[in-house]
Design a protein around this ligand. Structure first.
Ligand SMILES: O=C(O)c1ccc(O)c(O)c1
Ligand SMILES: [Mg+2]
Length: 623
C-alpha cells in the first residue's frame, strides 16, 4: 500500500495572525503548511519559534514562498539577488524547511534570455545545495517572459541542477489552458511541488483573478480532477498543497475556512479516485465512502414559531396538504400532499418581527442512510446530536456549514427504522390523484461569505453536479444563483446569494428560501389553490406584457397565466411554469412548478420580479 498523499495549505489562504493560521490548519487535519513570506515577516515568533510551534501542532513546513524577481537579471543585480537568497536560505535553515519557491520574474530590468535565466537559476541551486535546500521554479501566468509551465520546465531542464525543479500551480496553468497535455510525461524527480487552486471562469485579467478570486478545488470552473490525475500519473509523491488568494477567505474565521479547504481536497481525491486513476500513482489517495444513490427528498423541515405556524398550516391546507402525523415526543407535525412531505418543528426559540419560519432541515432518501452519514462525516460535515427516545428512529443527521440539519432517511412502508414511525397518524391524505407530485427542488439562500463553501458542501456530501450558474439584477442588488443536481435529477438544490456584500439599504430580512413542489397541471393547481384561499403572490401586469413581447404564447394560456400569477421561462429543452405564495413568516415561501419537456432551469430569470413582488406584498401588509 502506498503512503497516503500529504495535504498541505499555504498560510496565505487563511485569515489572521500566523498562529491563528497554523492552529486552524492543524485542527482541520492538514499535514503541513507553505509559509508565505509576509506571514513570517509580520510574526513576533522567531523562525525557530515558528518551527517549534508547527512541530507541536504536528505540521511540517513544506515550503517557504515566494522568492521573487530572481532570474534573467543584469550581472550586478544578480549579485544582489544571490545575497538576498543567502539570507533567505539562513532563514529557511532556522525554520527547518527545505524548499524555496521562486516565481518567474516581473522585474523591469529583466532580460528576455532563457540561457541567462537558466544560468542564474543554476547558480541559485548551487548555493542552495550545500544547505540541503531545493529551489522550485513557478511560472506565474502574468510572468514577464516566463508565463507557461512548459517554459519554466524548459528552463529548469536547461539549467540541469539536481536541486532545481518546477512548482506547478493549477491556477497559472488552467487559467490559460483548461486541458493541458504533456504534464503526465514530466520527470517526477523534477516536479518539486504542486499548488492547487480553482477559480471562476478565467474571463478577466489573470493577475486580478488570481489575487482576489481564487477558490478551493471544486468551488470554481477548473477540471482539477483531470489535472491532479495527470500530475499523480507522473509518479509525483509530494504534497497536494492549496494556495488560494481570496478576498472573502482572507476575512473569514480561519477555523471553518480551513475545514472548507480540507473538504475540498478530500472531495478532489474522491473525484480522482472515481474518475481515474490513469495512474499507477505512487501515493495513496483518500477515498471517502461512495455516496449511495439518493432517490429523492424524504421531507423538508421548517422551524416555526406559533405565529408563523398558523400562517404556514393555513397555507399548506390551501395547497391541498393534510396534517397526517404528530411526532410522539416533540412539537413536530407532518404535513403531506402526494409525495411532498413538510415537517413543521416548533422546538426552535428564535423570534422575529414577522414570525419565525426557517428552512431548517433537508431530508433525503438514501438507499443506505448510514453510508450517507458516514460519507458526510468523512467530508467533515459537523454531526448534530439528535435527541430521540429509545423507541424512536435514529435519524442520521449532519449539519451544513450554515447550520441546517441534514437527515439521511430510508422511508419504506413498514421499515421499523423509518422516521415515519415516530409520528402517530392524525389524518389521511385524500383519495385520488394528488395535484402535487413531489418536491421538485429546494432553494437555499446563502450569506455572501459562505456561497463557495456551501456549494462545495452540497456538491461533495450529496455527490451533486453543478448545473447552470446565473446572475441577475434584483431590486436590492445583483444575485448569483447556482443549481446543483444529482445524476437522476431527483435531488435538486438551487442556491442563491448576493454577488457583493449587501449594502445597508437592502431590507433587513435575509433572502427568503423556498420549497418547490412539482405538478403536472400548473393551471389546475393554481386555480384550485387560489379557490382554496392560498396566499398566491401577485405578479405585476407589466410582467405579462413583457412575456407577450418576448415569446409567442397561446393568447388563452397567457391570459390564464396573467390571471393566476404564473411565471414562465423557456430554454432549448423545454418550458417552466411556476407560481409562488406570499412570504410566510420571516423568510420562507412555497412554490409550485411544472416542467414541460426536459427543462432543467429553476426560473432564475423570473427571480427579480418575484423578489420585487414579495417586497411589494410586505410593504402592502405593513401599512
Ligand atoms: O500572486 C503572486 O504573487 C503569487 C505568489 C506566489 C505564488 O505561488 C503564486 O501562485 C502567485
Ligand atoms: Mg502559486
Amino acid at each position: 500500500m502506498n503512503n497516503p498523499v500529504r495535504k498541505t495549505i499555504a498560510t496565505v489562504c487563511l485569515s489572521g495572525m500566523l498562529d491563528d493560521k497554523l492552529r486552524a490548519s492543524a485542527a482541520a487535519g492538514f499535514d503541513g503548511v507553505e509559509i508565505f513570506e509576509n506571514d513570517l515577516v509580520n510574526s513576533h515568533l522567531s523562525p525557530e519559534g515558528i518551527r517549534d510551534r508547527c512541530a507541536d501542532l504536528g505540521l511540517s513546513i513544506d515550503m517557504y514562498q515566494p522568492f521573487r524577481d530572481f532570474e534573467a537579471l543584469p550581472a550586478e543585480q544578480h549579485e544582489t539577488n544571490l545575497r538576498r537568497a543567502e539570507r533567505k536560505f539562513d532563514l529557511m535553515e532556522r525554520l527547518g524547511t527545505d524548499t524555496m519557491l521562486v516565481c518567474s520574474t516581473l522585474a523591469p530590468q529583466a532580460i528576455d534570455d532563457d540561457d541567462l535565466a537558466a544560468e542564474q537559476l543554476h547558480a541559485l541551486a548551487t548555493r542552495a545545495a550545500p544547505r540541503g535546500i531545493r529551489v522550485a521554479y513557478e511560472a506565474l501566468a502574468w510572468g514577464r517572459f516566463v508565463n507557461t509551465w512548459e517554459h519554466s520546465w524548459r528552463i529548469v531542464h536547461q539549467a540541469d541542477h539536481p536541486k532545481l525543479g518546477v512548482c506547478l500551480d493549477s491556477f497559472h496553468i488552467l487559467s490559460k489552458d483548461p486541458r493541458p497535455t504533456g504534464i503526465a510525461t514530466i520527470d517526477p524527480e523534477k516536479l518539486f511541488f504542486l499548488q492547487l487552486a480553482d477559480a471562476p471562469p478565467p474571463d478577466m485579467n489573470l493577475l486580478r483573478l488570481s489575487r482576489h478570486h481564487r477558490l478551493f478545488p471544486g468551488q470554481g470552473s477548473f477540471d482539477l480532477t483531470h489535472f491532479v490525475d495527470q500530475v499523480l500519473a507522473t509518479g509525483y509523491t509530494g504534497p497536494l498543497s492549496l494556495e488560494v488568494f481570496n478576498d472573502v477567505f482572507r476575512q473569514s474565521d480561519p477555523g471553518p475556512a480551513a475545514l472548507d479547504a480540507m473538504r475540498s481536497l478530500l472531495s478532489l481525491e474522491d473525484g480522482v479516485a472515481a474518475h481515474g486513476p490513469r495512474g499507477p500513482y505512487r501515493v495513496g489517495i483518500t477515498e471517502p465512502t461512495p455516496s449511495p444513490e439518493l432517490s429523492g427528498w424524504a421531507f423538508a423541515e421548517l422551524d416555526v414559531d406559533e405565529r408563523s405556524a398558523t400562517e404556514i398550516t393555513t397555507t399548506l391546507s390551501a395547497l391541498g396538504f393534510v396534517h397526517t402525523g404528530q411526532h410522539r415526543s416533540k412539537p413536530v407535525q407532518l404535513w403531506q400532499h402526494g409525495d411532498c412531505n413538510v415537517v413543521l418543528n416548533r422546538t426552535s426559540e428564535k423570534t422575529s418581527e414577522w414570525g419565525t419560519a426557517e428552512l431548517a432541515g433537508l431530508a433525503v432518501e438514501s438507499r443506505a442512510p448510514d453510508s450517507s452519514a458516514q460519507r458526510a462525516r468523512e467530508l467533515l460535515a459537523p454531526r448534530l446530536p439528535t435527541q430521540h427516545a429509545d423507541t424512536e428512529a435514529e435519524l442520521h443527521t449532519s449539519a451544513t456549514p450554515d447550520g441546517k440539519r441534514i437527515h439521511f432517511c430510508r422511508t419504506e412502508g413498514d421499515d421499523p427504522t423509518s422516521w415515519r414511525t415516530d409520528f402517530t397518524a392524525t389524518g389521511t391524505p385524500p383519495a385520488g390523484a394528488p395535484v402535487l407530485v413531489d418536491i421538485d427542488h429546494i432553494a437555499v439562500a446563502e450569506p455572501f461569505d459562505h456561497f463557495a463553501e456551501s456549494m462545495l458542501f452540497y456538491r461533495s456530501v450529496f455527490d451533486l453536479r453543478p448545473q447552470a450558474e446565473t446572475e441577475y439584477a434584483a431590486p436590492f442588488g445583483l444575485v448569483r444563483s447556482q443549481a446543483l443536481g444529482n445524476r437522476s435529477g431527483r435531488i435538486r438544490i438551487a442556491m442563491h446569494a448576493a454577488v457583493l456584500r449587501r449594502g445597508e439599504w437592502a431590507p433587513e430580512v435575509p433572502d427568503p428560501e423556498h420549497i418547490s413542489f412539482g405538478t403536472d397541471d400548473i393551471i389546475g393547481a393554481a386555480r384550485s389553490m387560489r379557490d382554496s384561499g392560498a396566499p398566491i403572490l401577485r405578479i405585476p401586469e407589466n410582467y405579462y406584457d413583457d412575456l407577450d413581447a418576448r415569446y409567442v404564447l397561446d393568447p388563452e394560456l397567457l391570459s390564464e397565466m396573467r390571471m393566476l400569477n404564473i411565471l414562465y421561462d423557456r430554454d432549448d429543452h423545454g418550458e417552466f411554469f411556476h407560481f409562488c405564495t406570499d412570504l410566510l413568516g420571516s423568510r420562507v415561501f412555497f412554490e409550485v412548478v411544472q416542467r414541460v419537456g426536459d427543462h432543467r432551469g429553476y426560473g432564475a430569470a423570473n427571480t427579480p420580479v418575484r423578489m420585487a413582488a414579495h417586497r411589494q406584498a410586505r410593504l402592502h401588509r405593513a401599512t
